[in-house]
Design a binder for this molecule. Structure first.
Ligand code: NAP
Length: 271
C-alpha cells in the first residue's frame, strides 16, 4: 500500500502530538506531509517548534489538501468541528477519529456526505511505540480505509480491528488503562520504599517487572493465572503477598474501574 500523501491533524493536543511525533520518527511521514491545528496559537507554536510541521488555526484550510483527516479533538468539541468542516470535506478524503464516545454514525450524521470514517482508540504508550490501538469502520469505510488507518497506528504499536459495539469497553480498558497501571506501579514502588529500597530503584524494579509480566502474557499466550501459579511456590513469600491483594479487594476494584469507566465512556459525547 502507498504511504499517505498528506495528513491533517485536527486538534493537535496530547494524543495528536504523540501520533505526529511517532509518524515522523518512524518515517511513515515527512514533516512536509503533515499539517496540524489547535484552538490556541500558543499550542500551535509549540507543535511547530517540536515537530517542525505546518500549522494553522483554520481547520478548513488544514484539510484542503489532506488525503487523511485525523480528528484528535475532545469528544465535547467534535460536533462543532464537524459542523465547521463538513462543507469542505470531500468524499475521496478519509477521516479517522480518536475521540472517545463518538460513534462512526455520529460522525457520519454530522458530516452528511459519503467520506469514509474509521474510529480509532489509541493510548498514550504510542509515544514510545508500545501503543494499543483498536479500530472499527464506519458505514462508508472499506478494507482499504481500515488498512490506511492501520498504517498509522501500526507505526506506534499494536493494532486490532473489532466491532464498534466494543469501543466504549476498549476506551475503558486500553485507553484509560495506562493510568490504572501507573497507580499500581507507583504503589508497588512505595511498597519497595517501605521495606527500604531507594525510590529510584523501587520504581525501576516495578516498571521493568510490569513490562516483563505484560510481555510474558503477550509472547507466551499463556493464561495470566498459569503465569501467576508459576511464580507462587508452596509456603513461599508470593502467596503471602497475594493474600494481601485478595484481602484488599484488588481484583474487584480493577474490574469495577473498567466497568465504571466504560459507563462514563458512553456519555462523554453528550457532556
Ligand atoms: N489522552 C489519552 O490518553 C487518549 C487516549 C485515547 C483517545 N483519546 C482521545 O483523544 C482526543 C484528544 O485527547 P487529548 O488527551 O489529546 O486532549 P487535549 O490534549 O486537550 O487535545 C485536544 C486538542 O484539541 C484542540 N482543539 C480544541 N478545540 C479545537 C478546535 N475547535 N479546532 C481545532 N483544535 C481544537 C486543543 O487546542 P488547544 O491546545 O489550543 O486548546 C487541544 O490541543 C479525545 O477525544 C480523547 O477522547 C485520548
Amino acid at each position: 500500500m502507498d504511504s499517505i500523501s498528506k495528513l491533517a491533524v485536527i486538534g493537535a493536543g496530547k494524543m495528536g502530538e504523540t501520533l505526529i511525533k511517532a509518524l515522523l520518527e518512524t518515517h511513515l511521514l515527512a514533516a512536509e506531509q503533515v499539517i496540524a491545528t489547535a484552538k490556541h496559537a500558543r499550542r500551535l507554536e509549540e507543535i511547530a517548534e517540536r515537530c517542525k510541521v505546518a500549522v494553522t488555526l483554520d481547520n478548513r484550510e488544514a484539510i484542503a489538501a489532506a488525503e487523511v483527516i485525523l480528528l484528535c479533538v475532545k469528544p465535547q468539541t467534535l460536533r462543532d468541528v464537524l459542523n465547521e468542516i463538513k462543507s469542505v470535506v470531500r468524499p475521496e478524503q478519509m477521516l479517522i477519529s480518536i475521540a472517545a464516545s463518538a460513534t462512526t454514525a455520529f460522525i457520519e450524521r454530522h458530516l452528511d456526505n459519503t467520506a469514509p470514517v474509521v474510529r480509532a482508540m489509541p493510548n498514550t504508550p504510542a509515544l514510545v511505540r508500545a501503543g494499543m490501538t483498536v479500530l472499527c469502520p464506519g458505514k462508508h469505510a472499506r478494507e482499504e480505509h481500515l488498512q490506511r488507518a492501520r498504517q498509522i497506528f501500526d507505526a506506534v504499536g499494536r493494532t486490532l480491528i473489532i466491532d464498534e459495539k466494543y469501543m466504549d469497553a476498549v476506551t475503558a480498558l486500553s485507553a484509560s488503562g495506562p493510568a490504572y497501571i501507573y497507580v499500581i506501579l507507583e504503589s508497588l514502588a512505595e511498597g519497595g520504599l517501605k521495606v527500604g529500597l531507594p525510590r529510584q530503584v523501587a520504581t525501576e524494579l516495578a516498571a521493568q517487572m510490569c513490562f516483563g509480566a505484560a510481555r510474558m502474557v503477550l509472547e507466551t499466550g499463556a493464561h495470566p493465572a498459569l503465569l501467576k501459579d508459576a511464580v507462587t511456590t508452596p509456603a513461599g513469600c508470593t502467596i503471602d503477598g497475594i493474600l494481601q491483594l485478595e484481602e484488599g479487594g484488588l481484583r474487584v476494584t480493577l474490574i469495577k474501574a473498567v466497568v465504571e469507566a466504560t459507563r462514563r465512556a458512553t456519555q462523554l459525547i453528550e457532556s
